[in-house]
Design a protein around this ligand. Structure first.
Ligand SMILES: N[C@@H](CCC(=O)N[C@@H](CS)C(=O)NCC(=O)O)C(=O)O
Length: 202
């Protein structure tokens, strides 16, 4: 049995979306980031970074949301895992790109503009984050302006990984990036995405 550790209110929402796409049975340990459950010796043995999401797939332990989704899609023979090696490589490319260019930058921007209590927000952090997010959205806008999906002719784990990381984008004004807006709407319209979103927003 697969166990997912991580609350829907964390990057584990990405894994929950993938699990809903795959329709496989799993156990969910709904641990919040930085919660005491993520500081136990047992949890730190699984992920010494103390972060969620983590999966335990019948004894195989894996962290990092992008890697988890690539693994799950491939292992379960999902049509979301591109068969063509070039499309597969594009799925890796976009997943690594998200981690490098968008992931923490977007979280910092949202935290320091709205999510954190006002007294903990730092305008300088928000500004630096926004100046990194904008060029990343320019790159994504250009990509999804040329082709409907990021890695091949169909929606794939590449789209899922980048769009799920852009959950915050759903409540942002993306008017400057109309192709991103359209693509993000198409991605999050999927039933599995709606299921994961409902868990996050419950
Ligand atoms: N690169 C990691 C980042 C994981 C991460 O930052 N998780 C956050 C929750 S969204 C966390 O557990 N933070 C708690 C901490 O850093 O102690 C991934 O994509 O899985």
């Amino acid at each position: 049995m697969l166990t997912l550790y991580g609350s829907a209110r964390s990057r584990a929402v990405r894994t929950l979306w993938m699990l809903a796409e795959l329709g496989i049975a799993y156990r969910h340990e709904d641990y919040l980031p930085r919660s005491p459950e993520t500081r136990t010796p047992a949890f730190l043995a699984m992920n010494p970074n103390g972060q969620v999401p983590v999966i335990d797939d019948d004894g195989f332990v894996l962290a990092e949301s992008m890697a988890i989704n690539l693994y799950l899609a491939k292992k379960h023979g999902s049509p979301l895992y591109p068969a063509d090696p070039r499309h597969e490589a594009l799925a890796w490319q976009w997943s690594l790109w998200e981690t490098d260019k968008l992931d923490r930058q977007l979280v910092n921007y949202v935290n320091h503009t709205s999510a954190l209590p006002a007294e903990q927000r730092d305008a300088a952090v928000a500004e630096a984050a926004w100046s990194a997010v904008q060029p990343a959205l320019d790159v994504l806008n250009s990509a999804v302006g040329k082709t409907p999906w990021l890695a091949g002719p169909d929606f794939s784990v590449a789209d899922l990984n980048v769009a799920s990381a852009l959950y915050r984008g759903l409540s942002m004004d993306l008017g400057r990036w109309p192709h991103v807006q359209d693509w993000l709407t198409r991605c999050w319209s999927r039933p599995a995405a709606k299921q994961a979103r409902a868990m996050r927003e419950a």
